[in-house]
Design a protein around this ligand. Sequence first.
Ligand SMILES: [Zn+2]
Length: 227
Amino acid sequence: MPAKSPLPPDVALIRRKVKRARIEIERGGDIRLIAPIRYSDSQIRELYYAKIRWIEKTRQKLAARERRLTEKPANQLLFLGQNFDVIVDRNLAGLAIDYVSRVIRTCEDVLSDTARRERWYKHEAEVIICGNVRRIAAKHGFSYGKITIRSQKSRWGSCSSNGNLSFNWRLVMAPPSIAEYLVCHELTHTVHHNHSTEFWRLVAHICPDYSIAESWLRENEAILLDM
Ligand SMILES: [Zn+2]
């Protein structure tokens, strides 16, 4: 592709006080090209067209990931990182989850509307996350206050100065290790109320694979928080 071609319309050019240029691909495929102020138009075009194959590949990868997470048959729920079939059984007293064949049997039609679906997730989140908190706190000697399950579009969890913990119910859509990591993260905040080196040292001690969970969240949070 000749570097003389103009930038396509889906590329937002942002000139900033940065040392190096970088390209960011947003959800939906739009591109932000962040370039140092001193870069000329032709330098920017050259940079863009030199990266065009990488951009296309990355866009395809992102789109495929989004499809994996959001496209599922109407009778399924994303639960613990996998799609579960939902079977409504009015004769059932409550709920039965078969983790092996990935089937959720429930007396209530949890898929009929968003409010019901969210109520179902919230309830499951309460069971799973409170269980994680109790287990991890007991193992590592943390003490904490109240646990609240919230519905936030911007964050996964928090820990107040008096040790009250809150978690996003959407965590139960992620693989189990992600909710476990978030619980470790927030419990560590009961000791270190910041993201200091000491904080991360303690996180690494109780959750050695924490960086895998961190990057999973970074890659998937835009999709999950929007659901
Ligand atoms: Zn934190």
